[in-house]
Design a protein around this ligand. Structure first.
Ligand SMILES: [Zn+2]
Length: 251
């Protein structure tokens, strides 16, 4: 199994990060993509340490929440993209739910980071919350070379649009929620060669751990639910996600 989206630098893991990684390995997690969105000294040191492990890869970007601080953070962000084993720009996108940064600034920063990814020939990890039309418009306009819609919560129509643009679709813990009718339907129509799974930990723990801090080891229940919905086995699904992760992130 691979966890394609984990925020392992988050302070929620400060007390037991080494154990969290050990538990992930014991649970059968073979690779983790660690997403870095805050470039302070402490996080950068943790990120570098994590990347020194052969099964951990990285992605870095300014999150839409922090779009208003883009100029201040840009140089650290660009420097981080140059670290060995940083394989993607992400997560980037639009979040009209919290609106920590004004819409126009989010749009501008999203477009700029798409451009940076293109220049560096890196795939993009897209965050889109309550902004389906604008996200799609910008992606259609900017045409990133490769990318994934992370923690996908859209409907079948939206999924088809992104599949048509060559995107991968990734599902997280909410797939396992009892009341999650939409992702449980949408995941059935994603072709094998476009499917990814993730935790988005420390958030969005699967149903069995709901309310707790999430961690990579818990991804097993998301694989189990995805396998059940797609009428396959966890083993076959793991192979599929592994192949897709290699393709998308070039690892
Ligand atoms: Zn995330």
């Amino acid at each position: 199994m691979i966890d394609t989206h984990a925020h392992l630098t988050d302070a929620d893991f400060d007390a037991d990060r080494a154990e969290v990684i050990e538990r992930a390995k014991e649970a059968g997690v073979e690779k983790i993509i660690c997403i870095l969105c805050e470039f302070n000294e402490k996080n950068l040191a943790i990120f570098k340490e994590l990347l020194s492990r052969d099964f951990i890869f990285g992605a870095a970007a300014i999150h839409p929440h922090d779009a208003k601080d883009f100029e201040n953070r840009k140089s650290e962000f660009l420097k981080t993209l140059g670290f060995p084993k940083v394989v993607a720009v992400g997560e980037i996108g639009l979040d009209y739910h919290y609106m920590y940064s004004p819409k126009e600034i989010q749009v501008k920063v999203f477009e700029e980071q798409l451009l940076i990814a293109k220049e560096k020939n890196l795939p993009v990890v897209i965050h889109s919350r309550e902004a389906p039309a604008d996200t799609l418009d910008i992606i259609k306009k900017q045409k990133p070379r490769r990318g994934v819609m992370h923690c996908f919560s859209g409907d079948e129509k939206e999924a088809k649009e992104y599949l048509g643009l060559g995107f991968y679709i990734s599902f997280a813990g909410p797939l396992t929620f009892r009341n999650a009718a939409k992702p449980k339907e949408v995941i059935k129509m994603i072709p094998d060669n476009r499917l990814l799974l993730e935790t988005d930990c420390p958030w969005l723990a699967p149903q069995a751990f709901r309310g707790k801090r999430n961690e990579p080891a818990y991804i097993k229940s998301t694989y189990e639910e995805a396998a059940r919905l797609r009428n396959t086995t966890v083993e076959k699904l793991s192979d599929t996600v592994t192949t897709n992760t290699k393709e998308l992130f070039n690892i």
